[in-house]
Ligand binder design. Sequence first.
Ligand SMILES: *[C@@H]1O[C@H](CO)[C@@H](O)[C@H](O)[C@H]1NC(C)=O
Ligand SMILES: *[C@@H]1O[C@H](CO)[C@@H](O)[C@H](O)[C@H]1NC(C)=O
Ligand SMILES: *[C@@H]1O[C@H](CO)[C@@H](O)[C@H](O)[C@H]1NC(C)=O
Ligand SMILES: *[C@@H]1O[C@H](CO)[C@@H](O)[C@H](O)[C@H]1NC(C)=O
Ligand SMILES: *[C@@H]1O[C@H](CO)[C@@H](O)[C@H](O)[C@H]1NC(C)=O
Length: 471
Amino acid sequence: MGRCWFLELLVVGTYVWLVINNVGVEGYPTEDLVKRLPGQPKVEFKQYAGYVDIDVKHGRSLFYYFVEADHDPDNKALTLWLNGGPGCSSIGGGAFTELGPFYPKGNGRGLRKNSMSWNRASNLLFIESPAGVGWSYSNTTSDYNTGDVSTANDMVLFFLKWYEKFPSYRSRELFLTGESYAGHYIPQLANAILDYNAHSTDFKFNIKGIAIGNPLLKLDRDTQATYEYFWSHGMVSDEIGIAIMNNCDFDDYVFENPHNISKSCNDVINEANEIVGEYINNYDVILDVCYPSIVEQELRLKKMATKISVGVDVCMTFERRFYLNTPEVQKALHANRTNLPYPWSMCSGVLNYNETDPNINILPILKRIVENHIPVWVFSGDQDSVVPLMGSRTLIRELAHDLKLKVTVPYGAWFHKGQVGGWVTEYGNLLTFATVRGAAHMVPYAQPSRALHLFTSFLHRRRLPNSTNFQ
Ligand SMILES: *[C@@H]1O[C@H](CO)[C@@H](O)[C@H](O)[C@H]1NC(C)=O
Ligand SMILES: *[C@@H]1O[C@H](CO)[C@@H](O)[C@H](O)[C@H]1NC(C)=O
Ligand SMILES: *[C@@H]1O[C@H](CO)[C@@H](O)[C@H](O)[C@H]1NC(C)=O
Ligand SMILES: *[C@@H]1O[C@H](CO)[C@@H](O)[C@H](O)[C@H]1NC(C)=O
Ligand SMILES: *[C@@H]1O[C@H](CO)[C@@H](O)[C@H](O)[C@H]1NC(C)=O
């Protein structure tokens, strides 16, 4: 009797202690807490940033930026976002120009709020991956020779150690998202997580879904789609379009030069690339381009240099480079702790990424993920010529066919704010393909509101509305 009473007292006592020491409950690392970023508007949610050591002997360490949901973070999922490349920065890309809470200001010296940030729906984790990207590094330069499998394995190690810093997230629902070459990173990571879960007797990742935008899934089909896109959007002549059709067999096209295509095909696609030229943003063919020399000059003069084209700031890439290279910003983020001998750049200049890995066909990996009943969403900004929707749509239909999944939502428009947000189809209640109308390769950058709607639907396993009545 007395013993029970004692236990109860202990339980109540512990509870009181936990409530009083709120920080202790979370156990989050105060040294990683970002108090305030230079020029940052005041916000209520918390941000953390810092390093997770992956291999102490080699001195390999990955940098992360973690943003809690703006509201009720304890009851919201954890979402990882990765940019592509291979070798490009998820912090410069996803976090500070696409779906994170802040965008750089026109003068590159401050931040403005992104009112369509995905942290309205989820806690967000951005990682510079693999080591060699952004502020992630290794003291052993041979670690920069990397590829899909080692990148995914490092990410699994990252999560296991990151969960030690943020223990309450260990059991939290986990969603993996990204764009472009993250069409390799995310499925490869999900695959490594499924392996881990199959072998682990105690801890298992609570993986609940993956969503990838304009993803590289199968290089030969995705490359063919680029030339179809050029032709269908009036970017090359009819003669060139027909010559590509007649001369090119893209089956077995490879990433390395020469691309394993005939000379006549090689000649005509080179001609096409030349005509499309330098003055168009291939990642968003509708958008104007920013003229960097003018911008950088103006940034130096600390003048406003923002150039707006159809509602988005096309010079944001230059503003973010300026901002993230500011020493006070790096200090506030606990970044660059070993004083790397090169500046921050959007895509790595030190990485030596495996040249044959881009040829890997990702569809068998997506197949395994779907077979494990993990929802997969592939979304596609329809203004992108780099990984255009025609490739992704065909590949996903073929995957559904291979998996013998029935159409559960017939191809049709989805709606957002009374307008068509894009077109969508779903297979077997698990596999979704959706376009985002008027969006670029970087979907959340060009169409922030439609992108947030799509992301929220994905998180909550809701279908995109097929009429203007459901908003
Ligand atoms: C890498 O080298 C730096 C400088 O020599 C050292 O401070 C650091 O502890 C090493 N390891 C890691 C993981 O950074
Ligand atoms: C090059 O293409 C041919 C014919 O399509 C194919 O048999 C071969 O395997 C390809 N080579 C590589 C390296 O992919
Ligand atoms: C790291 O800091 C050094 C100065 O200490 C700076 O020269 C370098 O550009 C920075 N590198 C990165 C990647 O931020
Ligand atoms: C690239 O990765 C493949 C496996 O995906 C491997 O067979 C090949 O040896 C690697 N190439 C290099 C140069 O490391
Ligand atoms: C729209 O979606 C609802 C709910 O999923 C469904 O019952 C209805 O049949 C759909 N309408 C069309 C035209 O597809």
